[in-house]
Ligand binder design. Structure first.
Ligand code: TYD
Length: 221
C-alpha cells in the first residue's frame, strides 16, 4: 500500500484557508478521492479539549511556552489518532494548520523563535512533514485588515468563546506574517505560497494546480 499524501493549509486568521480546504476536498471527492479532513488545534476528542483551553479568551495569562507545549500535545494526539493511520492506509490528509502555525504564531508572534519550535517538532512529531503546504498569504495590509474584520465578527458572535488569538494587536499579526514569509522562502520545495489579493476562485485554481501536479507526480491519482 503506497503511503498517502499529507497536505496542510496555513495562513493568518481570516486568510480563507478553511474555505479553500473545503473546496479542495469537494474537488477531490468529485474525482473519487476521499480525503481525511482535520484541523489543529482540535480534530480529536482530547484535541478539542486542548483547543478550548487554548482559544478561550479567559486564558489571557497562559505562558507562551505553555501555549506552545499545548499546541504540540494536541498535534501529537492528532498524529497518533488521525494523521498517521490515514497516511498508512494510503489516504490523502487535508489538515487545517500544522507546525508552520506554531512556528509563525508562537515562534514569530510570541517571540519564542523558530529553533524552539523546530526542536519540539523533531522530538514530538518524529519529523513528520507535510508533502505539500498551501500557504495563503495576502499582502500584510490586507492580512491585518482581514484579521481585524475577523476580530469584529468573533466579538459579535455569541456561543463558543474562541477569541483569544483574535484579540491580539497588529504587531502580533505582523510578526506572524513575517515568519510565514520566512518559512515559505526557507522551505520553498514544500510550501506553495499563494500571495496577493485574489478572489476565492483564483486561489482555488492555484490550490488545485499545486495539488494536481504533486499528486500526479507521486502517482497517487
Ligand atoms: P482557528 O479557529 O483554527 O483559526 P483559523 O480559522 O483562523 O485557522 O484557531 C486557531 C488559532 O490558533 C489561530 O488564531 C492560530 C492559533 N494557532 C497557534 O497559535 N499555533 C498553532 O500551532 C496552531 C495550530 C494554531
Amino acid at each position: 500500500m503506497p503511503r498517502g499524501f499529507f497536505v496542510t493549509f496555513e495562513g493568518l486568521d481570516g486568510s480563507g484557508k478553511t474555505t479553500q480546504l473545503k473546496r479542495l476536498a469537494l474537488w477531490m471527492q468529485r474525482r473519487g478521492l476521499m480525503p481525511v479532513m482535520t484541523r489543529q488545534p482540535g480534530g480529536t476528542s482530547t484535541g478539542d479539549r486542548i483547543r478550548e483551553l487554548l482559544l478561550d479568551s479567559r486564558g489571557r495569562s497562559l505562558a507562551p511556552m505553555a501555549e506552545m507545549a499545548m499546541m504540540f500535545a494536541d498535534r501529537a494526539q492528532a498524529i497518533a489518532e488521525v494523521i498517521e493511520p490515514a497516511l498508512a492506509a494510503g489516504k490523502t490528509v487535508l489538515c487545517d494548520r500544522f507546525t508552520d502555525s506554531t512556528e509563525a504564531y508562537q515562534g514569530g508572534g510570541r517571540g519564542l523563535g523558530s529553533e524552539a519550535v523546530l526542536t519540539m517538532h523533531r522530538v514530538i512529531c518524529g519529523g513528520l512533514q507535510p508533502d505539500l503546504t498551501l500557504l495563503l498569504l495576502p499582502s500584510l495590509e490586507s492580512s491585518l485588515e482581514r484579521a481585524r474584520r475577523r476580530n469584529e465578527r468573533v466579538a459579535a458572535q455569541s456561543g463558543k468563546d474562541e477569541g483569544r488569538f483574535e484579540g491580539e494587536q497588529d504587531a502580533f499579526f505582523r510578526r506572524v506574517w513575517a515568519k510565514y514569509r520566512e518559512i515559505a522562502q526557507r522551505d520553498a520545495g514544500r510550501v506553495v505560497c499563494i500571495a496577493g489579493d485574489l478572489t476565492i476562485d483564483e486561489v482555488h485554481e492555484q490550490v488545485v494546480e499545486a495539488v494536481a501536479m504533486r499528486i500526479t507526480e507521486a502517482s497517487r491519482v
